[in-house]
Design a protein around this ligand. Structure first.
Ligand code: ZZB
Length: 274
């Protein structure tokens, strides 16, 4: 499975929360290195619609030094090990020593919640890290970028935080981190409008992030329709079909240093047999 890791820049903590002390120190100790949250995605063409980044509050994350770019990536230990065995460009690996990555600091997901971020291509100037309880730490990097217009999981999860002050309070998420972030329409699909995830969640009456079966159905349908008949509504490739725009946007982001490729075996069984 080929994923694109999106480099979402971590900004100086701006809410005076004590849980951000470790991140503030990491930023201070590495003034010449940029720190990025690196969600894995299959949909780089949707990055215009990012409204936030998600982590698992109880998840374990690390800040890993990436030798090839002299940057710091926030990701799970499992994914950092994977990346350390992979090629960055040409014959250069991400890390000098094959398979070995340097962990500068560890974070619980909770310590990453509420951090301000600058997401590439996003319409919003600044977005925040929010909690998502359905993240699997065994997939991708354990960090997920949120595109509520086209990802049903993201739409219901963001909406739950927007509609329920008690849910925000439980994770010390302030109103300004969530409330102003409306869905950004980025892809139109005939019969689904210009925010297919919203359309599918309403059609299937999905009320909660725990409606697993319905969410899977909504995700499969929006993914398929988006790719086959979706048309870009935003950015330099406005008017192009998603299937055409996707590889172009992916390559543009890689060339601009906004993204890198990351490979993962299809499943645990595969990684044992291959
Ligand atoms: C942005 C995005 C925009 C995504 C969209 C989807 C959609 P798959 O097919 O199961 O591999 N994701 C990535 N890592 C995790 C994780 N550890 N736990 C939970 N979700 C994760 O799914 C890959 C997608 O699942 C990724 O692509 C990411 O969300 C999320 F418009 O990134 B995506 C219809 C889906 N639309």
């Amino acid at each position: 499975q080929e994923y694109v890791l999106i480099k979402i820049k971590v900004l100086e903590p701006d809410h005076g929360q004590a849980r951000h002390d470790k991140m503030a120190k990491l930023l201070k100790d590495h003034p010449n290195r940029t720190v990025y949250m690196v969600p894995a995605t299959l949909r780089p063409e949707t990055m215009y619609g990012q409204t936030n980044c998600f982590v698992l509050p109880s998840g374990e994350y690390g800040a890993y030094l990436i030798d090839a770019t002299d940057e710091i990536f926030i990701m799970s230990a499992r994914s950092a090990r994977g990346l350390a065995c992979q090629v960055y460009k040409g014959n250069e690996y991400f890390n000098k020593e094959f398979g070995k990555s340097t962990c500068l600091e560890t974070f619980s997901g909770d310590e990453l919640l509420g951090l301000p971020l600058k997401a590439p291509l996003a319409t919003y100037e600044k977005v925040y890290t929010l909690p998502l309880l359905t993240i699997s730490m065994d997939k991708g990097t354990g960090v997920v970028t949120s595109v509520p217009s086209d990802a049903p999981d993201d739409y219901v999860s963001l909406k739950a935080l927007q509609d329920k002050p008690e849910f925000r309070a439980k994770f010390d998420i302030t109103d300004d981190m969530v409330v102003p972030f409306e869905v950004v329409p980025i892809i139109s699909i005939e019969g689904y409008g210009d925010a297919s995830a919203v359309f599918m969640c309403e059609k299937l009456k999905i009320k909660s992030p725990n409606d697993k079966a319905k969410l899977t159905q909504a995700k499969d349908e929006t993914y398929l329709k988006g790719f086959t008949i979706g048309v870009m509504q935003i950015g330099p490739h406005k008017g192009k079909k998603v299937s055409e725009a996707k590889p172009i946007i992916k390559q543009e982001m890689i060339d601009a240093g906004q993204a890198v490729l990351y490979f993962e075996p299809e499943s645990k069984v595969m990684s044992r047999t291959n």
